[in-house]
Design a protein around this ligand. Structure first.
Ligand code: HSE
Length: 311
């Protein structure tokens, strides 16, 4: 007998959106992983990874496997899953690689099980994948991946997710080929912040959310400022200040570090500006002789998407 099988597209996500450390996220159309999930009856999780990133295939240590273990532990049945992951989002890129695996796995599993969970429940399961990958139950990438678009996590405990309507903006991303481990990028942050910085930051988070909801690109632009994480994390990214300055020079609304880096993203009102920013990024990293990938893409309002289903 042939088992029920599903194929999903698992998009990259930009966590933090500059000022919203751990609370804001945005799903983008490119790059994305492809994941195939098959329902089995052996009670086990089997993981096949077709890229060369040497990701763990022990389900408890794998970003897609750990959330499925949590789902199965609550179901008390003999079912299992066979997962095949084709990864295009490089681990350690700052583009939500582990989040894409976790979000893809839970959305696909839920569909195979007959859509029994709410999106918020799927986020909770997916957070186990982030914990397996980087040691912290971060929810910003997986939330953006599961809900699509721009998302706000008002609270992690209890989980309170607010999807934020957003205008059709263009997103330029550069991924310099160095690895920044999320765990390290979190370790270097100060555990306490100055009240003056906190006031600036929450003004910017509120401004950014209002800017998205009101389609006020001036307000979005003014709010894309991070006085807490960026000053410390940008030191890990060669060329960061120049990328930002030159992209602002060609008219982007603003941008900064994607998640914990090293990818850097910029938002633009139109494709021509987004492409001009891409050129600036390429020139800078070519000058630094640092291999890099760039993407000119859009906000992805769908999130994880089913692209094929059999039986
Ligand atoms: N919000 C997390 C961080 C995202 O910045 O550490 C990690 O992908």
């Amino acid at each position: 007998m042939q088992n029920k099988k599903i194929t999903v597209r698992c998009p990259a996500t930009v966590a933090n959106l500059v000022c919203g450390f751990d609370v804001l996220g945005m799903c983008i159309s490119d790059p994305f992983d492809i994941m195939e999930l098959e329902l089995t009856d052996d009670g086990k999780i089997f993981i096949q990874e077709t890229s060369c990133y040497c990701l763990p295939t022990d389900p408890a240590l794998n970003a897609a496997g750990a959330p499925l273990l949590e789902i199965l532990s609550g179901l008390n049945t003999g079912i299992g899953f066979k997962i095949k992951i084709t990864k295009n989002i490089k681990p350690g890129s700052g583009l939500g690689s582990s989040g894409a695996s976790a979000a893809g796995a839970v959305v696909a599993a839920d569909h195979l099980l007959g859509n029994i969970f709410s999106k918020a429940e799927l986020v909770r399961f997916a957070m186990a994948g982030e914990e397996a990958a980087c040691g912290a139950r971060i929810s910003d990438n997986v939330t953006a991946g599961i809900f699509g678009g721009v998302t706000l996590i008002r609270s992690n405990t209890p989980l309170d997710i607010v999807p934020i309507p957003s205008p059709e903006l263009f997103v330029t991303v550069v991924h310099p080929q160095i690895e920044v481990k999320t765990s390290y990028a979190r370790e270097i942050l100060k555990k306490e912040v100055l009240l003056t910085d906190a006031v600036k930051q929450w003004g910017n988070v509120a401004g950014l959310v209002a800017g998205f909801m009101k389609n006020d690109t001036g307000l979005i632009s003014r709010s894309l400022e991070d006085v807490i994480a960026e000053p410390l994390r940008s030191k890990l990214i060669p060329g960061f200040d120049e990328v930002k300055a030159r992209c602002m020079g060609v008219g982007v609304l603003g941008g900064g570090i994607s998640g914990s880096g090293p990818s850097v993203f910029m938002l633009s009102k139109d494709e021509a500006t987004a492409k001009a920013a891409e050129e600036e990024m390429k020139n800078i990293y070519n000058k630094l002789s640092l291999p890099h990938y760039t993407y000119v893409t859009t906000i992805n309002h769908k999130g994880v998407e089913i692209i094929k289903e059999s039986i």
